[in-house]
Design a protein around this ligand. Structure first.
Ligand code: NDP
Length: 308
């Protein structure tokens, strides 16, 4: 059977595309991937999504979007796309269980994943002190000492969250300033439990039974360069994301980092009937509301394409 529309990804972009496509009379197939609900499910409270003046639990928000997509006829598949052939229409996708999907149009909304520093010690202590998701793993560090790496909004948000659980949080920032928004910076500066280590990089991690500390270097290459260790139980990465575009790469135009290129601020890609929505095409804004809006645009474009 040939599908009219297949949506890959179950974050705000994917679910919103499904809601719009369903209401336009299509029965979209939505491939949810390994983390239904997307990146938002690794956070706690969402305070900036309009319509929820008191904020809303991130998992609850995503579950509501999923129910809304289901209400308008979306079929969900709990698998990931393993490889694709987008040479000609209809397009072919293969899932991790070997299922082949043939589709006339495609909305790619696979988002982005957390980056690591690339230290071999990160792998060594993965699940034993190293994490890229404070809200997933912070619970294990109650009344302990942790470090967060990064100086953006994610790092500040995670440091603030962890400070609510841990006794002490180091924020390791490679520049002499934070890149985060003012409100996030203020939360960090005003939190007594957070100590910011500016101009500091991580050289390695140590510990015999799980993570016990990090080897740091401050003012690298300067005359006052200093090597020192901190004692920590948890090491959290918050240094940005990599787009999940790998399985679509041979066919679609992307930037150097792998973010799918679209025409202007539309979700239109270089292939007819293929659209990119959400963080997969947005290295800049990366907000749930922006992703949702681009999902809506993608569905409207797909509807136009399918009706032609
Ligand atoms: P950003 O790209 O904004 O920040 C990444 C941070 O990690 C920077 O401080 C960067 O340093 C640092 N970094 C990158 N690579 C390394 C490295 N190898 N070693 C050490 N440090 C490194 O990513 P975020 O994930 O913080 O944010 C992404 C987007 O999402 C932003 O637009 C942000 O505003 C948004 N966001 C919004 C939130 C909200 O509004 N509630 C919450 C979270 C994110 P440097 O500055 O030196 O490059």
């Amino acid at each position: 059977m040939i599908q009219d529309l297949t949506i890959v990804g179950s974050g705000p972009a994917g679910y919103t595309a499904a809601i719009y496509a369903g209401r336009a009379g299509f029965t979209p197939l939505l491939i949810e991937g390994l983390q239904p609900g997307g990146q938002l499910t690794t956070t706690t409270e969402v305070e900036n999504f309009p319509g929820f003046p008191e904020g809303i639990d991130a998992n609850e928000l995503m579950e509501k979007m999923r129910i809304q997509a289901q209400r308008f006829g979306t079929t969900f598949v709990a698998n990931s796309v393993e490889h694709t052939d987008l040479r000609t229409t209809p397009y072919h996708l293969w899932l991790d269980d070997g299922t082949e999907i043939i589709t006339k149009s495609l909305i790619i909304a696979t988002g982005a994943s957390a980056k690591y520093l690339g230290l071999s010690d990160e792998k060594k202590y993965m699940g034993q002190g190293v994490s890229a998701c404070a809200t997933c793993d912070g619970f294990f560090y109650r009344r302990k000492t942790v470090a967060v790496v990064g100086g953006g909004d994610t790092a500040c948000e995670e440091a603030t969250y962890l400070a609510g659980l841990a006794n002490k949080v180091y924020l390791i920032v490679r520049k002499p300033f934070l890149r985060a928004s003012k409100i996030m910076q203020e939360r960090v500066f005003n939190n007594e439990k957070i100590e910011i280590l500016f101009n500091t990089n991580t050289e390695g991690l140590f510990g015999t039974n799980g993570l016990q500390g990090a080897h740091l270097i401050s003012r690298k290459g300067e005359s006052d360069e200093r090597h020192f260790d901190i004692t920590i139980d948890g090491f959290f990465l918050a240094i940005g994301h990599t787009p999940n575009s790998k399985v679509f790469l041979p066919w679609l135009k992307t930037d150097n980092e792998g973010y799918i290129l679209t025409q202007g601020d539309s979700p239109v890609t270089n292939l007819p009937g293929v659209y990119a929505a959400g963080d997969i095409a947005d290295p800049h804004y990366r907000q749930a509301i922006v992703a949702a809006a681009s999902g809506a645009k993608a569905a409207i474009e797909a509807e136009k394409f399918l009706k032609q």
